[in-house]
Design a protein around this ligand. Structure first.
Ligand SMILES: [Zn+2]
Ligand SMILES: [Zn+2]
Length: 478
């Protein structure tokens, strides 16, 4: 059964904290990488109690194979397996004429495909869901495994013919059904033990299939349906296509079937690794845990812990945590937003207004103008004396003006002027306010008044020539 994260029900849990009785997804836990003896070890901690978390068993992490079935069908369409599939199919066409040399070439081609399929199986059994890369390791290294698999078929064939010789054809047919049913078990034993003797030993492979139980029969059923697919495809589709394509398409269908079968067997090994006695190496870089790489910044780490408190309704704890961890200096926009909302819920207005200054700066930096105007409006209604930092306030004002709220824009300039009578940006605020008053509020008289007093008080400011020009422009149009 798949366990879900206690705080993200849609995500599978990969860790548990027995102290907090909670399950966590990969995003919830705190990761710390520690260099040890030249390599980096990653440790995982509980976001609530900060203790080490334990990894859940793989069977708690993965879906049973019958849930994942549609994904098995897509697997061979990845470019990595498609390349050997196409090459082998083309090869089979080129060397299709009867003869010893062509037979050997065909054997070699299927051997390469079998080797690649075996690499796919191993990959899957180690929790890596992507098809393996094509390289010497997946195509030629440890090629012995392919001979061992071929040996299984040869041994089964010899055994069946012996049975037919001794007990007659009927018993041989029964034995053949048993043999076909056992082949996946033999391959799984071969993978798990790397021993041909074990793989063909009925005591070993039957007891292994027995331990998997119904899951084995179900897998067998799927493999049979899959195995029948190329034949059906051949009879109903390929037969109607031009004859020259027959050999190619039939080979391609066989490749497709082989790769899916091995991928499925690999998954069954992963799912039942405990029953089979197969060691799954989960610490690998590409494994399921890192299937989606989770980048964790300091901000997101605090955010995860904050969200856990929020989901548990512990608002005070969440606020306390943010204060404690950031010392009031919040640099992460998402965290700033959470803090703002938490203070709003608690109606802690003094802290909210203090924090809003930082929050507005972060919003301005992120160019989230809509949200910035909204937060500003909220704070301005709560406190008539509320003033953001000057550079941010200028952005707020121009954004309000663009949003078709000229009055609010002029108000925010006024607020700035009142709050910062000594600010070097003051003349600029006057100038911009006059601009809006003239153009949007259609009050040129008032605008002229503002510009005149601006020029009088700040005749040498860099904005003065602009103010002069603008003043002349208004007088002309009037
Ligand atoms: Zn989670
Ligand atoms: Zn804990």
């Amino acid at each position: 059964m798949r366990t879900s994260c206690s705080y993200h029900p849609a995500k599978p849990a990969h860790f548990e904290c027995s102290k907090c009785d909670a399950d966590y997804c990969a995003e919830c836990v705190i990761k710390r990488s520690v260099p040890t003896y030249g390599r980096t070890e990653t440790y995982y901690y509980c976001p609530k109690c900060q203790g080490m978390v334990e990894r859940l068993d793989i069977t708690d992490i993965i879906d049973p194979f019958w849930v994942r079935l549609p994904k098995f069908f897509i697997y061979p369409f990845h470019p990595r397996p498609l390349v050997p599939m196409l090459l082998v199919s083309v090869g089979v066409v080129l060397f299709s004429k009867p003869g010893l040399v062509n037979l050997l070439i065909n054997l070699a081609l299927w051997g390469v495909l079998l080797k690649y399929s075996h690499a796919a199986l191993k990959n899957t059994a180690h929790c890596r869901y992507y098809p393996p890369k094509i390289n010497s390791e997946t195509i030629s290294q440890d090629f012995g495994i392919v001979f061992k698999q071929m040996a299984i078929f040869v041994i089964v064939g010899i055994a069946l013919s012996k049975v037919a010789q001794i007990f007659g054809l009927f018993i041989a047919k029964v034995a053949m059904i048993v043999a076909i049913l056992s082949i996946p078990a033999m391959i799984i034993v071969l993978v798990a033990t790397d021993s041909l003797i074990h793989a063909v030993n009925p005591v070993v492979f039957i007891s292994m299939a027995w331990r998997i139980g119904w899951g084995y029969l179900l897998m067998y059923l799927f493999l049979t349906i899959l195995g029948g697919a190329p034949v059906l495809l051949g009879r109903h589709v390929i037969a109607h296509l031009p004859a020259s394509l027959h050999v190619f398409l039939f080979a391609l269908a066989k490749c497709y079937y082989t790769i899916i079968s091995y991928h499925l067997m690999g998954y069954v090994i992963l799912q039942y690794h405990d029953d089979i006695g197969y060691e799954v190496d989960l610490d690998d870089e590409d494994s399921i845990l890192t299937e989606k790489k989770v980048e964790q910044s300091a901000g997101s780490e605090i955010l995860n812990r904050v969200d856990i408190f929020i989901k548990e309704g512990k608002i005070d704890d969440a606020i306390f945590l943010i204060r404690g961890e950031t010392g009031g200096k919040i640099a992460d926009l998402e965290l700033a937003e959470r803090y703002y909302n938490l203070l709003k819920i608690k109606q802690n207005i003094p802290d909210l207004l203090r924090h809003a200054v930082t929050y507005l700066d972060l919003l301005a930096e992120a160019k989230d103008m809509g949200k910035m105007c909204e937060v500003y409006a909220e704070c301005a209604t709560r406190d008539p004396g509320f003033v953001p930092r000057s550079s941010t306030l200028f952005k707020v004002a121009s954004c309000l003006n663009q949003a078709g709220r000229p009055k609010a824009a002029v108000n925010s300039y006024n607020r700035f002027i009142k709050a910062n009578p000594k600010d070097p940006q003051l003349p600029k605020a006057y100038f911009l306010a006059a601009n809006i008053i003239n153009e949007k509020l259609k009050n040129p008289k008032k605008a002229v008044g503002i510009l005149k007093s601006l020029l009088k008080s700040y005749p040498h400011h860099e904005i003065a020539p602009h103010a002069q020009r603008y003043l002349r422009q208004i007088s002309v149009t009037e």
